[in-house]
Design a binder for this molecule. Structure first.
Ligand SMILES: [Zn+2]
Length: 174
């Protein structure tokens, strides 16, 4: 049987594994690491517990943040938290606007399995009127050169919710 093909870059190894199921990665010191395809699957029964309203909200086309219930504090979170990071008090849910602005952003050339097919993709920290923290979310329907700090954007929701953060993304505001 032929020895698996050897490559210097992981991306090439990935391609080869997709074809033959095995490849060798040569590292900078000349070591040859055998890499194989090893499918792994698990069903994990996961409870969102106190985060449940956020994911149920996405399925209804709503973006939920949270607000500190301590009136002396009242900090507002675009990434919801059960308890306030500023004063430690419990928070309550609040609906965020569907429009926001790009606070900062980056282009990802690699990603986890859920996003690999979309690479390169853009991730942005979104700021909202009435919220003091930011939300990290994908920015679609635009390319890197079109994105700028302060860019108006609006939320889109998956028509078939999977109750995951991929149920929401942002696009340039019309
Ligand atoms: Zn607080």
């Amino acid at each position: 049987m032929a020895r698996p093909k050897a490559f210097d870059h992981f991306r090439e190894v990935q391609e080869e594994i997709g074809k033959s199921g095995a490849a060798i990665l040569r590292d900078a010191e000349g070591n040859e690491d055998l890499i194989i395809d090893s499918p792994y699957s698990i069903h994990y029964i996961h409870s969102y517990a106190q985060d449940s309203p956020f994911f149920l909200g996405l399925a209804e086309g709503k973006l939920l943040g949270s607000r500190c219930m301590n009136h002396a504090c009242g900090f507002t979170y675009a990434t919801p938290r059960g308890h306030c990071m500023v004063c430690g008090h419990a928070t309550t849910w609040m609906e965020l606007p569907r429009q926001g602005k790009v606070h900062s952003w980056t282009t990802c050339l690699f990603g986890g399995e859920a996003f690999l097919k979309e690479t390169p993709y853009n991730l942005a920290m979104i700021e909202f009127e009435g919220a003091q923290s930011l939300l990290l979310v994908r920015l679609k329907d635009c390319v890197q050169s079109e994105i700028y700090v302060g860019m108006p954007v609006e939320a889109r929701f998956a028509p078939e919710p999977k109750y995951s953060i991929t149920d929401v993304w942002f696009v340039p505001a019309k």
